[in-house]
Design a protein around this ligand. Structure first.
Ligand SMILES: [Zn+2]
Length: 285
């Protein structure tokens, strides 16, 4: 019985190593969302229990799921103790209107599609930025969640895209774009067609990236109107760091059910549950 238990533990640890090391391949990976573990290789000599704690591998289900993130690594404690966590359910009527000024200065980027084990992510080439109330934030990457992480009036959308920006001091602004089913945006459709022709009905496998011969311009997938909600929250993945400015665009964009199926087949569901609002204001603009 003990021997069997040990075998199971060794198997679990091996699985954790495999998954973690798969998220480390890209030298350009940001230490923002979907952060890789700090020193996974240095932990290999430790006992299984220590390894599991120090390794910090996390997922969306079971013992490494959102309810347990804070226990997986000391630096993930904010996932449980934080009072300004994301995502949230945005309930109308909202707190009030404010006058925010959003300016998008995005250029096309070479499209390299990466599966980091938690999401499908595209790192953006340097040179694109976003201005919020006169301050500039560099566009670093965008990635996807299925279903949406933010809810509007208690309702989740089929998917949500996160555009992650950072300024010189490390302040993070994430723009959330809700995605709903319908006639797909042509820019998404082009990517879907390319993937279908080159790697079939899935995205790249975990830890892999695919360099396409396409360029992608986020300006092509943003809605014409930039009415939005904004609030102060956190990263929605470990270490759940707070101080993140969220901007959730009101107008959803369209994707095909086929693209969502491609995502689910490759990644599975990857939405953190709704977090308590704790008396935060949600502004509307
Ligand atoms: Zn995200």
């Amino acid at each position: 019985m003990m021997l069997q238990l040990q075998r199971v533990m060794v198997f679990i640890v091996l699985l954790a190593w495999t998954a973690c090391s798969a998220t480390q391949g890209s030298s350009t990976a940001l230490k923002l969302e979907h952060q890789k573990s700090a020193k996974p290789h240095a932990e290999r000599g430790r006992s299984p229990s220590n390894h599991q704690f120090a390794n910090g591998h996390w997922s969306y289900q079971g013992v490494e799921g959102p309810d347990h993130w804070a226990m997986l690594k000391p630096s993930y404690m904010t996932c449980e103790t934080g009072r300004q966590q994301s995502p949230i359910n945005i309930v109308m009527p909202h707190a009030g209107y404010n006058q925010e000024n959003l300016e998008f200065h995005y250029k096309p980027t070479p499209l390299i599609i990466r599966n980091n084990g938690h999401t499908i992510q595209v790192n953006y080439q340097k040179g694109s930025f976003f201005r919020l109330n006169g301050r500039s934030y560099k566009l670093r990457q965008f990635h996807f969640h299925d279903p949406s992480e933010h809810h509007i009036d208690g309702k989740a959308y089929p998917m949500e895209m996160h555009l992650v920006h950072q300024d010189e001091k490390g302040h993070i602004v994430v723009i959330g774009v809700l995605l709903t089913f319908g006639k797909e945006n042509p820019a998404f459709a082009r990517v879907g067609d390319w993937l279908q022709a080159h790697i079939g009905h899935r995205f790249p496998a975990q830890g892999q990236e695919v360099s396409t011969d396409l360029t992608f311009d986020l300006m092509d997938v943003l809605p014409d109107t930039i009415h939005h909600f904004s609030y102060h929250g956190s990263l929605t993945t470990p270490p759940c760091s707070e101080g993140v400015q969220w901007v959730i665009l009101k107008v959803p964009m369209k994707i095909s059910k086929k693209q969502a199926d491609r995502f689910i087949t490759t990644i599975g569901q990857n939405a953190r549950p709704i977090q308590p609002l704790n008396y935060r204001d949600v502004q509307e603009n």
